[in-house]
Design a protein around this ligand. Sequence first.
Ligand code: AMP
Length: 483
Amino acid sequence: MAAATSSTSLSLLPSSSRQRASAHAAPNCLNVAGLRSRAPFARRLGFAGVAVDPLVAHVAARISNVASAGKGPRGVVSMAKKSVGDLSASDLKGKKVFVRADLNVPLDDNQNITDDTRVRAAIPTIKHLINNGAKVILSSHLGRPKGVTPKFSLKPLVPRLSELLGITVQKADDCIGEEVEKMVASLPEGGVLLLENVRFYKEEEKNDPEFAKKLASLADLYVNDAFGTAHRAHASTEGVTKYLKPSVAGFLLQKELDYLVGAIANPKRPFAAIVGGSKVSSKIGVIESLLEKCDILLLGGGMIFTFYKAKGLSVGSSLVEEDKLDLATSLLAKAKAKGVSLLLPSDVVIADKFAPDANSKVVPSSAIPDGWMGLDIGPDSVKTFSDALGTTKTVIWNGPMGVFEFDKFAVGTEAIAKKLAELSKSGVTTIIGGGDSVAAVEKVGVADVMSHISTGGGASLELLEGKELPGVLALDEATPVAV
Ligand code: AMP
């Protein structure tokens, strides 16, 4: 049986960060005017009732309930989806729970897990379920198999899962069928059965209703904790919800929503967004969405050269998207119209070739010579950006400031990571919105101090763009409570 711990909080964040987030939470949550003005954004994400007073009261009540009941990191603002934390022993004891997690871990040639972050991230939800007497049927994908592919089996997950849960996790050789049904039937209360890679069936990604029905037939209720695949409507992320009630969010999914939706929909101000990365085309949606909410927008990375060119500056051989010049101009105009301080770097580190050993120098952004390309933001920009960030209470960061994979051009990105760490320690809510910015804060060794590090790539980006995630929409709405 599982160790008798009642903790359901995410172990990814140090408790100090969680407490900090919670400490910031209450005033935000009670800012009814703020919630109302941001309501359309929240509604698009399936936060249907966020504009109505009962739910605002409900959210506020849940924050204070959580604070007193120690139910986990509901810190910044609670989402209006039913959560696994809402299910207690009376709902769970003896029940078969289908848990969709994201156990898509990297494996080396000997099938050893080289990074167990995703396994650890799945543990709080599973522990909550088994500690309350549920029988957990655990499902995930791994890699991109084409049919049954032994190297993408979930078998290598069993030892680490067992160790972290303190029980012997059982493993099925399939994810549907008679053998699996027998194993489910003999699963004890508090037991965990890991199903085989759900993507061994092409029906999974096709969201085939018959396949979804077969998966769902194994269980009584459903928990989705796979944030990384919540932007895909697959059989195990969306299809099964049609057959299992309740269908609720796991702690990891809930926390991602709390920060990437809640904290951004109703931020403690001033609120700054830092957007970097290679191309403006891949971040249009994020920039447009954040322009609606932030007070300060800092731009870095390869995309800045499209903005400079649009402003009539020469950019040498820097990355430019010629077909996005008008877009850059319109984004600058939009920022101005909305009163958002949009800062472009004042200086850049340029290189004579795209290589780690390129010759480099710092020049003003307006003086990039022909034949040179900008690969990082310069020291003046780091100072200006840091000063601007120093005035904020909430910061979201998506995309590196330069080609941080090359040490020579990682300085700007690393300086921003360090600045955010410093701000985080002084109580600013710092959200690292997935992808390469996560790699950057990990490289600098400051991931642990951030308020939230998103575990999703595509899913984080879609949330930041204000899109609906099918895997979230499909979950049951939280029931408003009388206060
Ligand atoms: P994204 O996936 O859009 O966030 O882009 C991340 C990539 O942008 C990283 O691989 C960086 O190397 C790249 N990048 C950042 N700055 C630049 C730049 N100035 N020129 C070219 N690529 C860049």
